[in-house]
Design a protein around this ligand. Structure first.
Ligand code: SF4
Ligand code: SF4
Ligand code: F3S
Length: 267
């Protein structure tokens, strides 16, 4: 009876690298085992599901029909729209077709990763495949964006648990990102901020300032323009994030960061 109450999640992979799933597989709070066995019922996910081929397709269609209007749809990856969407096909159908069929039947959609939220690297100029985010193609269903390349698993898990607890998606900013995770700039809670305020900067990679934790702004850090919880949430219980290990933030939670945040390195 308990398993019958677990909410159904359907996960579609489109034009992407699977990095979002890979990072979730290393997630905790809850870990992936507990998430799948106790919290949700993951009916379709190409990376972790047992069926393949026709059986996998059957799982998808059976679940969509059985749970119409009730399931949570997670999308990982952008949707190519050029050439009728021919750049991404699964089981002979385009990502565009699959999203158009499954998306309107979901209770809510989580666009996981900058690809699904905003198009990601595929959409970088000149965007040859016409890659778009889910919100550009789907309307009439609540959509939340969890950008990042990949996003922090705790942000995704927090969003899922919020939805299960309160039966609605969390409050979001004007880009559809949950405020609990994207409400503050990287720069405003970065451990190198005191160095920025005092004018102590790494001038190039490997110099004295870089080795001693000085601010990375002059070597390209985009923390002042990027909204995310990375300095506070850290990653996967190893207590690091890009800036703590000496790499500037490249703005991976922001729309079109491949165009708007480049060059990533200033030295
Ligand atoms: Fe990969 Fe980044 Fe896209 Fe996630 S957002 S699928 S990590 S390219
Ligand atoms: Fe801001 Fe980046 Fe410097 Fe941190 S390292 S204080 S985020 S500019
Ligand atoms: Fe991305 Fe910047 Fe965090 S590059 S992972 S938003 S530190």
């Amino acid at each position: 009876a308990e398993s019958a109450q677990r909410p159904t999640v359907i996960w579609l992979h489109f034009q992407e690298c699977t990095g979002c799933t890979e990072s979730l597989l290393r997630g905790s709070h809850p870990d992936i085992g507990r998430l799948l066995l106790d919290v949700i019922s993951l009916d379709y996910h190409e990376t972790v599901m047992v069926p393949s081929g026709h059986q996998a397709e059957k799982s998808l269609h059976d679940s969509v029909e059985k749970n119409k209007g009730k399931f949570v749809l997670v999308v990982e990856g952008a949707i190519p729209t050029a050439d009728n969407g021919n750049f991404c096909k699964i089981a002979g159908r385009t990502a565009m077709d699959i999203l158009a069929e499954v998306g309107p039947k979901a209770a809510a959609v989580i666009s996981l990763g900058t690809c699904a939220a905003f198009g990601g690297i595929q959409a970088a100029d000149p965007n040859p495949t016409g890659a778009k985010g889910v919100q550009d193609l789907l309307s009439g269903v609540p959509i939340v964006n969890i950008p990042g390349c990949p996003p922090n698993p705790v942000t995704f898990l927090g969003t899922v648990l919020h939805y299960l607890t309160f039966k609605r998606l969390p409050n979001c900013d004007n880009l559809g990102r949950p405020l609990f995770a994207y409400g503050r700039r990287i720069h405003d809670h970065c451990e190198r901020r005191a160095h920025f305020d005092e004018g102590r900067f790494a001038e190039e990679f490997g110099d004295y300032g870089h080795k001693n934790g000085y601010c990375l702004y002059k070597v390209g850090c985009k923390g002042p323009e990027t909204f995310s919880n990375c300095p506070a949430a850290r990653f996967n219980d190893v207590d690091v994030w890009p800036v703590s290990v000496g790499h500037g933030c490249i703005g991976c939670t922001e729309p079109n960061f491949w165009d708007s945040m480049t060059p990533f390195y200033e030295r």
